[in-house]
Write a protein that binds this ligand. Structure first.
Ligand code: MN
Ligand code: MN
Length: 324
């Protein structure tokens, strides 16, 4: 058992929760602000599998030991002091069973959100954003929040191998179900060779706002994020943030299922996420597509995903401090 100490030195005895946060039960979240939950799920993957190992790898991707304190160096704000953050563990999903898994995740997310708690989901492949954002929409209202989506891919496929559920289709399912209408979508980082023109045309018809890497390169990231924030906040005050780790260049995030060269740098993503979590009212988030078996030397993708979670938490904490 880990013993409480007052330093950050060395307690690696208890790494079972994210950043050493308290363990809690999913249905007992009184007073909690953020519940971290893992979805060890990768049966919606089309290329490299392995995201089922994501939650465990993201949790262990830091070197501070099991002390729930992470004051941010530039702001000195500690999200674990400003927010009540707990880890409810992982969903126990029926391995390989798509519809049952998606239903179970949606039910769990709905139960978290209905207690007034922000679910922050460690994936898992991107299939899970359908039940994650869908479950949040079941509580906060369909069409009532923006979805800010970081990804190399649009994930707006109509079907995947003839199936409705998979990591190429979650955004289409959210739009078609009305949970998140197309005009509430902001996508950042798209590039490469998918989806085909007919799907891009469908996305335009849905009024999705997409910022491809080409536009980010030509205009610069900051003006694009300024505009993305304005777009996300037009008509609604709340937002769900979905981060597919493949939005980052595979040189900095190789441990993922469908790597696409030419992405954001780690520091661009981290800085942008903290800003978004500070300026938006985040009601849910997920970090997906981390596939540890394909990670590079030194677990660089898992460490990055760990910091993605921390930057979102730090942005939320900054927002709370600023409002106080
Ligand atoms: Mn994706
Ligand atoms: Mn992707």
């Amino acid at each position: 058992m880990g013993t409480a100490t007052t330093t950050h030195d060395g307690d690696f005895a208890n790494r079972a929760t994210f950043a050493g946060a308290d363990r809690a039960q999913l249905d007992d979240l009184s007073g909690v602000d953020v519940a971290i939950v893992g979805a060890p799920f990768d049966w919606g993957t089309t290329n490299r599998p392995g995201a089922r190992y994501g939650p465990a790898a993201i949790r262990s991707g830091d070197y501070f030991g099991a002390h729930a304190s992470r004051p941010h160096l530039p702001t000195a704000i500690d999200p674990f002091a400003e927010l009540r953050i707990v880890d409810v563990g992982d969903f126990e999903l029926p391995l390989g069973y798509m519809e049952e898994s998606v239903a179970q995740i949606r039910d769990g997310i709905t139960r978290i959100a209905s207690q007034g708690v922000v679910p922050l989901v460690l994936g898992g492949d991107h299939t899970i954003t359908f039940p994650n954002a869908g479950g949040v929409a079941d509580v906060h209202g369909h069409g009532e929040f923006a979805l800010v989506h970081f990804d190399a891919h649009a994930d707006t496929g109509d079907t995947q191998h003839g199936q409705l559920l998979g990591h190429a289709t979650p955004m289409r399912r959210l739009i078609e179900s009305g949970a998140v209408p197309g005009h509430r979508f902001v996508q950042i980082g798209l590039r490469g060779y998918w989806p085909p023109p007919d799907i891009v045309e469908w996305m335009r018809e849905q009024e999705m706002r997409t910022y491809m890497m080409t536009e980010i390169l030509e205009r610069g990231l900051t003006p694009v994020v300024d505009e993305a924030l304005e777009y996300a906040l037009s008509g609604v005050s709340k937002a769900f943030i979905s981060v597919d780790i493949d939005v980052v260049d595979p040189g900095m995030a190789p441990g993922t299922g469908t790597p696409e060269p030419g992405g954001l740098t780690s520091r661009e993503l981290l800085h942008t996420l903290r800003r978004l979590a500070r300026e938006l009212n985040v009601i849910g988030a997920d970090v997906v597509e981390v596939s540890p078996p394909y990670d590079g030397p030194g677990d660089i993708t898992s460490i990055l995903a760990n910091r993605v979670v921390l930057e979102i938490l730090n942005g939320m904490a900054e927002r709370k401090v600023a409002a106080a």
